[in-house]
Design a protein around this ligand. Structure first.
Ligand code: MAN
Ligand code: CA
Length: 201
């Protein structure tokens, strides 16, 4: 038979167990899942995640540093597993699939990014890493301008950096897209082939 004190002890113990399982302390419990993926443009905007302007944000700084820590851990996991490559403020990613140029661009935009567009040697090398990883040439985010015949960024800006393979571009208006070879060099190519999707965010 239970004595009064053992009854109280049992009650307190079971309360503690229940509380341990149910009481979520915001200071120590870590973070709840982030609803939806954060994209670069979200971070550029005026609003903080709380919905308040950054200046009025009342969230304790430990929540913010915890968020940064969790994000950085995720980035390191994704980099380790070959899912992303980071160069400066850009993140490159591939799903390993190959499709035509329009579909590749559509996939990247649907994910909140655009097709990978190397702006310097370091970025070019990071993108070439995916081409070698998946053993598939990739479409880059460039297109031949109808009027001038020049290759441009998809937003119409001229290229400051190029890595054409010898004698390229040579399509004479028939090869309006750009593919990347395994060594990172570029070739102008028709747009309706199957090429690896590599996006930048
Ligand atoms: C093929 C195509 C062209 C490329 C030449 C290079 O014809 O891939 O785009 O310029 O090979 O020899
Ligand atoms: Ca060519």
């Amino acid at each position: 038979m239970f004595s009064y004190s053992s009854y109280v002890l049992t009650a307190v113990a079971s309360l503690l167990v229940t509380c341990h399982a149910l009481c979520i302390c915001p200071e120590t419990s870590g973070l709840p899942g982030i609803p939806g993926l954060l994209q670069r443009d979200d971070l550029k905007g005026q609003k903080h995640l709380s919905g308040l302007p950054v200046s009025q944000n009342k969230e304790p700084s430990n929540v913010l540093s915890n968020l940064k820590l969790q994000l950085s851990r995720l980035q390191r996991v994704l980099a380790l597993t070959g899912k992303i490559r980071e160069v400066g403020s850009k993140i490159f990613a591939s799903n390993g699939k190959a499709v035509d140029f329009a579909s590749a661009l559509q996939s990247c935009e649907k994910a909140g990014g655009t097709l990978a567009t190397p702006a310097n040697e370091e970025e070019n090398k990071a993108i070439a890493g995916f081409v070698r990883q998946y053993k598939q040439y990739a479409y880059l985010g460039f297109k031949q301008c109808e009027s001038s015949g020049q290759f441009k960024h998809l937003n119409g800006k001229p290229l400051n950096y190029t890595k054409w393979y010898r004698y390229e571009p040579n399509g004479k208006g028939k090869e309006k897209c750009v593919e990347m070879y395994t060594d990172g060099s570029w070739n102008d190519k028709r747009c309706n082939l199957s090429r690896l999707i590599i996006c930048e965010f």
